[in-house]
Each structure stands twice: as C-alpha cells, then as structure tokens.
Design a protein around this ligand. Structure first.
Ligand SMILES: Cc1cc2nc3c(=O)[nH]c(=O)nc-3n(C[C@H](O)[C@H](O)[C@H](O)COP(=O)(O)O)c2cc1C
Length: 303
C-alpha cells in the first residue's frame, strides 16, 4: 500500500478545486491511501481582503515569516507528498511557509519526494525558488511542479486578480475576462493524478525523477522572468522599510504602505511600459539566455 499525503492552503477554494481534480484519480487507485488535509493558520486570514490587511502581510510573506498553523492529524512516513500553495507577493503564502517551518513538517517531509502544485495569478517563479529552499531545509526531494495561472494577459490579471482578492468578485467586466484559472484547465488537472496512479504502481516515486513530464505541467512565460527578478529585489527593500515602520496594522506601517502603493502605481504607469518596450527591442539579442532561463524554471516537470 502506497501512502500519499496531500496538503494545501486555499482561501477562495480555487486551489482546493485544483487539488480535488488532481487527487480524484488517486482516490480510485488500488493500493494507494490518500490523506488529504487543508493547512489552517491559527488566526485565519480574511477573504476578501480589506485593503490595508492585504498589504500588511507583504513584508512577512517576502521574508518568509510563516504564521503559526494548527497541527495536522496525520500519520508519518509517506511515500509521496503533494503540496498545493498559492503565491503571495512572489513568495509561498504565509500559512504554507508557517507549516513548512513547523516541527511536524520536519518529520513529515524528511527524505520524502514532493510534488508542488501552484495556482496563482502568473508570478510564481520567485515563490518556487523560495519553496525549493524550504523543501531542501526539510531534507525533502522536489520531483515535480504543476502550475496553473489565471486566464487573460498579464495586463488584465493585474486588475482582475487584485479586484477578486479585495472584493471577492470574479466576474468579467468591461473588456476584462473573469478572474482566476480557466475552469477547463482546472478540470483537465485530473491527468496528473492519473499519471501518478500509474507511477506509484510502478514504484517510480523513489527514483527521484519527474513523474509528470510531457503533460504540460508547467509553462514559463519568458516575458515575466525579468519582471519577477526586478520586482522581487524591490520587494526586499520595501518590505524592510515597511517592517521598520511598525508592527502589522500599526499607524506607522500603514503610512509607509500608502507611500509604497502610490510608488508602485507610478512605477507601473511609467517604468513598466518603458521596460517592456526596451525588452522587446532587445529580445533578438537575448534569445539564447531567455531560452536557458525558461528551461531552468520549467524544471523538474518540463513539457
Ligand atoms: C496577499 C496576496 C498576495 C498575492 N500575490 C500574488 C503574487 O505575487 N503572484 C501571483 O501570481 N498571485 C498572487 N496572489 C494571488 C494568489 O496566488 C491566488 O491566485 C489567489 O490567492 C487565489 O487562491 P486561493 O483562493 O485558492 O487561495 C496573491 C494573493 C494574495 C491574497
């Protein structure tokens, strides 16, 4: 009997429905026991988010200050762990970070193959780099990564995802598409569970190689690589400033957050379009290095 532990943290239920699809074939799989658990912070995060609460978690997310989470009622010694997480400010969400920093995670993840599943807007590269560090600290082996991103171009999701997070509204409006991942894409995630069922049957999970290759598990948008690098560097600086201004929800912190949001909007309306234009002009010269970067970020589950 193979034992699979499935863990995730989801607020609106979107990532939960992705996990449901992936896991459904595993529940039907002979000789596989699935233990399926939601990670729960001791103090829940709101959804939809009030504006200042949303930005108040920014420094803690960026600096991987995980929150205390409730212990999960599980056994130990799993053959495979499937970990679903969302990206918060280019970092794993705080509850998932909190769980991975717990003593329980140390016992569960040591020497265990792990598959990460991400459902986010479209900026997950830096979050996954941080995730690799957290998993390596636990002595776990990352063998696959599945990524689903929100429908529509980045320019649209820059509006539709925050609108969804701050109001709970996912519907399309004006010329904007609905927020979130396409339903069709979520439904087709069951293909990963089907492949895993076969792989577990053949004892492939211990071979330390990807089980989900050639299934379109991950698709890196090359245009976003540089943006994520630049944004993450600026996030580190601003997070430090916001932290120094005071504890969460203090007046000092909210003042610096207000300045930051104004700065961010100005940047987006000025520097970002200029940067996009420059990169477009330079793209023929950067083809090789871009292909190399895409190859790196698409590991271990490259198409
Ligand atoms: C505080 C916060 C920060 C977020 N930051 C990012 C981000 O940096 N990149 C991204 O692609 N999505 C980001 N998102 C969107 C989430 O990754 C995810 O798509 C959304 O929270 C819905 O997931 P869920 O309802 O299943 O938890 C953020 C969401 C929240 C709440």
């Amino acid at each position: 009997m193979k034992k699979v532990l499935i863990l995730y943290y989801s607020q609106s239920g979107q990532l939960e429905s992705v996990m449901d699809q992936i896991v459904a074939p595993l529940f039907l799989c002979d000789e596989v026991q699935c233990d399926y658990h939601k990670i729960e912070p001791e103090i829940p995060y709101p959804y939809p988010w009030p504006f200042y609460t949303f930005f108040n978690v920014f420094p803690e997310a960026v600096y991987l200050d995980g929150c205390p989470v409730k212990p999960i009622a599980t056994e130990e010694n799993y053959d495979l762990i499937i970990l679903g997480y969302t990206s918060w400010f280019l970092s794993p969400s705080i509850p998932v970070t909190g769980f991975l920093q717990s003593n329980q995670a140390k016992r569960l993840f040591k020497n265990t193959p792990v598959i990460t599943v991400i459902a986010c807007r479209d900026m997950w590269l830096m979050a996954q780099e941080k995730m690799k560090g957290l998993l390596s600290d636990l002595g776990a082996q990352l063998i696959d990564n599945v990524v689903l991103t929100d429908q529509g171009k980045s320019l649209y999701t820059f509006i539709t995802t925050p609108r969804w997070m701050l109001t709970g509204k996912k519907d399309s409006f004006w010329f904007f598409p609905p927020a979130g991942v396409l339903q069709k894409e979520i439904a087709s995630s069951s293909r990963f569970g089907e492949r895993l069922c076969k792989a577990l049957h053949n004892d492939e999970e211990r071979s330390n190689i990807s089980l989900l290759r050639n299934l379109g598990a991950v698709n890196v948008n090359g245009k976003l690589i540089a943006t994520e690098h630049i944004a993450h560097r600026s996030f580190l600086i601003w997070s430090k400033l916001i932290k120094k201004a005071g504890p969460q929800n203090s007046r000092g912190r909210n003042v610096v957050i207000t300045i930051y949001v104004i700065f961010l909007l100005t940047l987006i309306l000025t520097v970002v379009p200029l940067n996009m234009l420059i990169r477009k002009l330079l793209s023929p010269l950067r083809k090789k290095s871009l292909a190399k970067a895409i190859h790196y970020y698409e590991q271990p589950s490259r198409k």
